[in-house]
Design a protein around this ligand. Structure first.
Ligand SMILES: [Zn+2]
Ligand SMILES: [Zn+2]
Length: 498
């Protein structure tokens, strides 16, 4: 995929200054221990270039403060009602009594940057639940590290939630903050921005564009892009990782320089995480990937394919050949794409579905130029590693709730396994019975599968079919509904209509 392009939020030139600072700390103007001037003095002693005194629900007031050479950033933490959000760069107070989305919109309207605070705070680790973060729009950043939470219930680090939002193809920046209320909370997490000069306007401009990294102690000296390659230099790192959609690790080095080539990347973004001593870290912002194949993936991700199940008054005779006349009337789908990459599968797969109300029947025909090479190493039913052989996997979200789903694997040898995946809410369901018949011809193999649905199947299931291919080739897999990575993403299943 030579057409991949990569957008860097970082400066391509050297005509900038690194500015280090913290946007989130509290003083006696709200619930902090030290006065504003004492707080400014504390941060100046840390060698910071900028500081935001983000007292709760009050207009920033920096009048009469000696900045000790730092840029003082107007910011407040909107927190009196609802989840906390930083109004970064806003000189006025944002009204508290309004819906969360309205607050974010108001901050944007005031030309500020809304930053969701400490998503992992609280005894449920859920100051911002994932679903809420996906629903909310118009925020520029989230705190991927919040030092204050280190002394509280919850997780100070929210990179998991960040990747979840980024995996929806939304570009949101990650900030590290102190959220200090006492002197010992100062200097835990900070941002380092590439600003065109030492001014508030240049700093906010860099933050808006994502030209900064977040840190708890690792220093990134250089971030270089050359075509599709990105090089990260962090001299006090013990290792550097490239991370893509769904938090998948794409590359890793034990050294202080990572060069990553995005040319073969199938994630819509890549970000870099540097690991240092005593758990210290630094995080770059995400680099967005573009190009023809990315566009195709983005289009596929936006689709939900559907397959109509044909209702019949009897069960087909299972042979693996789909030779029962019932199959001829059943609609077929043949569009399968590579699970990683979304390009068209090099061999055709055809899928049909029938039901007589008692069972649901799937017929699959798999083109395979050399069926003598089929990998059928597991020779028994009920084995959960059938996925390592040629065959198919079915994902059946029978209540279309995107939480729990039945998962079946049937190999080209006709061996089958079935189980339940996802959140069973402590009430595992009876796993339906499964029968399969297989057929092998010179240039194709076929499977017919019957799954006992007993009761009425409902009107729509979330559904996906994945084909695993090993026959004399590098292991490959093709999906009917493109999930963008893991098969276990029920929100990305297609629709099976009855
Ligand atoms: Zn807060
Ligand atoms: Zn705070």
């Amino acid at each position: 995929m030579a057409d991949v392009t990569i957008d860097s939020p970082y400066r391509a030139d050297d005509d900038f200054v690194w500015l280090k600072g913290n946007f989130h700390t509290h003083t006696t103007r709200s619930d902090g221990m030290q006065s504003p001037q004492e707080t400014v003095d504390g941060y100046a002693a840390l060698g910071y270039d900028f500081l935001g005194l983000s007292d709760h629900d009050t207009a920033p007031d920096m009048d009469g403060l000696n900045a000790r050479g730092m840029i003082l950033v107007p910011v407040s933490e909107v927190s009196g009602a609802g989840a906390h959000v930083l109004a970064l760069g806003v000189a006025d107070a944002i009204p508290v009594r309004q819906a969360q989305q309205a607050k974010l919109d108001a901050i944007r309207k005031a030309d500020g940057l809304p930053v969701l605070c400490h998503p992992g705070w609280g005894d449920q680790y859920d100051h911002y639940p994932i679903g809420r973060m996906l629903d909310l729009q118009n925020y520029v950043g989230i705190e991927i590290f919040n030092g204050g939470v280190e002394d509280e219930a919850g997780n100070a680090c929210s990179t998991d939630k960040w990747d979840r939002v980024l995996s929806e193809d939304r570009l949101v920046w990650g900030l590290a903050s102190d959220d200090a209320h006492v002197p010992m909370g100062q200097g835990r997490g900070w941002c380092v921005a590439q600003a065109s000069d030492r001014s508030l306007a240049a700093l906010l401009d860099a933050m808006r564009r994502g030209a900064f990294y977040a840190s708890t102690g690792v220093t990134i000296e250089r971030i270089e892009r050359d075509g599709t390659r990105v090089r990260i230099h962090a001299s006090n790192a013990d290792g550097i990782a490239a991370i893509g959609a769904w938090s998948r690790r794409l590359a890793w080095t034990d050294g202080t320089v990572l060069e990553f080539d995005a040319a073969a990347c199938t994630s819509p973004y890549v970000r870099f995480e540097c690991f240092g001593r005593a758990g210290r870290k630094a995080w770059t912002q995400p680099f967005r990937l573009g190009g023809e194949s990315m566009d195709r993936m983005r289009a596929l991700r936006a689709e939900r394919p559907a397959l109509q199940v044909l209702r019949t008054d009897r069960a087909p005779v299972l042979s693996g050949r789909m030779d029962d006349p019932l199959w001829r009337k059943a609609p077929a789908v043949t569009r399968f794409v590579r699970c990683y990459g979304a390009d068209a599968a090099p061999v055709q797969t055809e899928l049909r579905a029938l039901t007589d109300g008692r069972e649901i029947f799937f017929g699959v025909r798999c083109e395979e130029p050399n069926t003598a090479m089929l990998k059928i190493s597991v020779q028994r039913h009920g084995s959960s590693n059938l996925w390592t052989d040629d065959g198919i996997e079915l994902f059946m979200d029978v209540d279309n709730g995107a939480k729990r789903y039945f998962h079946a694997m049937v190999s080209a040898g006709g061996f089958a396994w079935m189980g339940e995946q996802g959140d069973t809410e402590d009430a595992p369901r009876r796993v339906p019975g499964i029968r399969a018949a297989s057929f092998r011809g010179p240039s194709e193999y076929g499977l017919e599968i019957a799954i006992d649905v007993s009761a009425e199947p409902g009107t729509m299931w979330g559904f996906n079919c994945v084909r695993n291919r090993h026959a004399g080739v590098e292991p490959d897999s093709f999906a009917w509904s493109f999930t963008g990575g893991s098969n276990h993403c029920p929100r990305r299943f297609g629709a099976l209509r009855f």
